[in-house]
Design a binder for this molecule. Structure first.
Ligand code: PNW
Length: 446
């Protein structure tokens, strides 16, 4: 059903859900409204030198006030699915206690608006905006934070669970570990490998506890993790590169996939960390059972491959985008999807992020010509189609991102949206890619 049509078209399976993705801190703004508490990204972005041009998410794309217009734009595109995240500090200002009804109400209005337009909501519980009060109590370095997360998740399930068919627990635990705790260029800005991998374990534990919290409600919603996966390839034919690539893959992919899908951490990574590491010492009896609580689907985010040398360094093989970490290699999409299905079985997969930053400008004629994004998406859609034809149970695809937004440490300089945001006026303009994507959705393929 997904094979090439006689006309050469690449048609996706019936019911395939085309979508777009965002996250709360990157688009909402309204940082002090309706009882929202502070998150570590408020703190980080307001610390001089942490973000490009000192940009913050205080206003962002003002989605908190403009969500109705944004819903109409989604309907104009023909989206079948919309992935957004819930801001923990809007629900619990200090990360604990009774949920803030005004925070829940905002997401209720958003979700109702999606249903009215025939768009399926997909909600991420945590997309990096940790309440500052919890960070002050240790953040993800503290095991207790995983239990606080499960309480927050339960409050969200109680408030919205009847209307949200798919939940994602934690967005890209790896990015929290690496950018937040190894390299320090994301909040909370730490550079401490011992802390970083302990954080990895606590993120996994939080994921498993949230899965159990959903099951305990008896609700019908489906739930899974949202992992950014990087296909790792040896940079050359040497035996050293092959060995180094294997371990690199452990740290990039298996450290996050294996505990959830097989109930065990990868032995090579544990051995490399060593028995005295804070992470290995932090794993308690029963933790892996919690982490391996059965999930309903796996959310995969793919942006770039990684090429590894015999020394364990990385090199570039393909042209990079405006994001220096991103090499453009659509084949990597095929490789990661087929590999996950081969190694972990036929668990349903959703692509929750894939996209490209472009130097988009608003032309004198009022259009935005992002031809590079169109060809990037076309090539990645085609690679995903081949994976489906080869048996990968892929059910949906969310482009990152619906709108230009606050790209973390890169601020507003990097534009990732299908829709252009003119920040001084907050006017939205559909880029060429948005018009093109609407046709892809209408045809259910290329
Ligand atoms: C994702 N990498 O982060 C995030 O989930 C989004 O919030 C973000 O805006 C988007 O990708 C674009 O950057 C990533 O190093 C961070 O490969 C780093 C990588 C990939 C994704």
């Amino acid at each position: 059903e997904s094979s090439p049509e006689p006309d050469g078209a690449l048609r996706f399976p019936p019911g395939f859900a085309w979508g777009a993705a965002t996250s709360a801190y990157q688009i909402e703004g309204a940082a002090k409204e309706d009882g929202r508490g502070e998150s570590i990204w408020d703190t980080f972005s307001h610390t001089p030198g942490r973000t490009r041009n000192g940009d913050t998410g205080d206003v962002a794309a003002d989605h908190y006030h403009r969500y109705r217009d944004d819903l109409d734009l989604m309907a104009q595109l023909g989206l079948r699915s919309y992935r957004f995240s819930i801001s923990w500090p809007r629900i619990q200002a200090d990360g604990a206690g009774r949920p803030n009804q005004r925070g829940l109400d905002f997401y209720r209005r958003l979700v109702d608006g999606l249903h009215e337009r025939g768009i399926a909501p997909m909600a991420t519980l945590f997309h990096w905006d940790m309440p500052q009060a919890l960070q002050d109590a240790g953040g993800w370095e503290s095991r207790d934070t995983a239990y606080r997360f499960a309480e927050y998740a339960d409050a969200v399930f109680q408030g919205l669970g009847d209307q949200v068919p798919v939940w994602l627990t934690i967005n890209e635990p790896k990015t929290v570990v690496q950018n937040g705790y190894l390299w320090g260029h994301h909040a909370p800005g730490r550079q401490d490998p011992q802390a970083a991998y302990l954080v990895a374990h606590h993120l996994q534990l939080a994921h498993g506890l949230a899965v159990r919290a959903l099951r305990a409600t008896g609700q019908a919603g489906r739930i899974g993790p949202a992992l950014n996966l990087h296909p790792c390839y040896p940079a050359d034919d040497s035996a050293e590169a092959a060995t180094a690539t294997r371990l690199y893959d452990g740290y990039e992919n298996r450290l996050y996939l294996d505990p959830i899908l097989t109930g065990a951490y990868p032995q090579d990574v544990l051995a490399d960390l060593g028995p005295d590491s804070r992470m290995v010492k932090g794993i308690r009896d029963g933790d892996l059972d919690v982490i391996a609580s059965p999930v309903d689907l796996l959310a995969v985010q793919y942006y770039t491959p990684i090429y590894v040398t015999g020394q364990g360094d990385t090199v570039r093989k393909w042209p990079t985008s405006e994001a220096e970490w991103q090499q453009i290699h659509p084949e990597g999409m095929y490789d990661i999807l087929t590999r996950v299905t081969r190694d972990y079985g036929r668990i349903p997969i959703t692509i929750t992020e894939n996209g490209l930053p472009c130097p988009d400008t608003l032309g004198a004629d009022g259009t935005v010509d992002d031809a590079g994004r169109v060809s990037f998406l076309r090539d990645h859609f085609a690679a995903a189609h081949r994976a489906v034809a080869d048996g990968v149970p892929l059910e949906s695809y969310h482009v990152w991102s619906l709108l230009d937004n606050f790209e973390w440490a890169e601020g507003y300089d990097q534009r990732w949206g299908l829709i252009y945001v003119d920040y001084p006026t907050q006017r939205r303009v559909l880029k060429r890619s948005a018009h093109w994507y609407r046709d892809v959705i209408r045809n259910n393929g290329l």
